[in-house]
Design a binder for this molecule. Structure first.
Ligand SMILES: N[C@@H](CCC(=O)N[C@@H](CS)C(=O)NCC(=O)O)C(=O)O
Length: 202
């Protein structure tokens, strides 16, 4: 049985909820009281010493990090191999964006934490970091519909939530028209689900 340690407002947890819904997987959600830092208590640092969510379990397997979990889900449950194919070139191309989704785009996640949960972080630095990566992403998306392989992959899932919610961190996406089109494209994926801050497609 799959279990996700989850917080509704977490874009990182949403990556996993979204992909599991797309794959049609059933799972049990264990809600974490993120606002009161339950994920930092001993009970949860025993599961993930980094003190972060998502945490994911599938029977005896336990994983941390949304990107690692996306890889596992694709390899274990997507028999079509559409979302993370086996060939080395495709894996490398997708991995670039998994890294970006868990790396540079997290500047936008940090900015959002400052704005909505009063995290004591440097908002200006986070916003500038987010703009740096969005400029690169927008140029990349000028000639393609999806981040890699001309079809949706886990690269798109990993980069989507905190890009789509950038506005909640005070990051204006209007200067990035290719990103805005890509966001709408992701929202039209079969079995897409919204979350607070990411609306269903219009
Ligand atoms: N590398 C992890 C980072 C996940 C992450 O930053 N999670 C946030 C919630 S969205 C968290 O648990 N932060 C700990 C905290 O702010 O206390 C991933 O991509 O899954």
């Amino acid at each position: 049985m799959i279990k996700l340690y989850d917080f509704e407002l977490s874009g990182s947890c949403y990556k996993i909820r979204l992909f599991m819904n797309i794959l049609g997987l059933e799972y049990q959600a264990q809600k974490i009281d993120f606002v009161n830092k339950e994920h930092k208590t001993e009970k949860y640092t025993a599961l993930n010493p980094f003190g972060e969510i998502p945490i994911f379990e599938d029977d005896e397997l336990r994983l941390r990090d949304a990107q690692a979990i996306l890889i596992y889900l694709a390899k274990q449950y997507d028999s079509s191999k559409q979302w993370f194919p086996d060939d080395a070139a495709s894996m490398g191309k997708i991995a670039q964006w998994l890294s970006t989704g868990g790396g540079e785009i997290m500047n936008a996640a940090g900015a959002r934490l400052v704005k909505i949960l009063d995290y004591p972080l440097d908002l200006g630095k986070l916003q500038a970091g987010a703009h740096r990566v969005f400029k690169i992403m927008d140029a990349h998306l000028a000639t393609r519909q999806w981040l890699e392989l001309d079809r949706p992959t886990i690269a798109d899932i990993a980069c989507f939530p905190y890009t789509a919610m950038a506005g909640e961190g005070g990051i204006d996406l209007t200067g990035y028209p290719n990103i805005l089109s890509w966001i709408e494209r992701v929202k039209r994926l079969p079995r897409f689900i919204p979350m607070p801050g990411i609306s269903a497609p219009q």
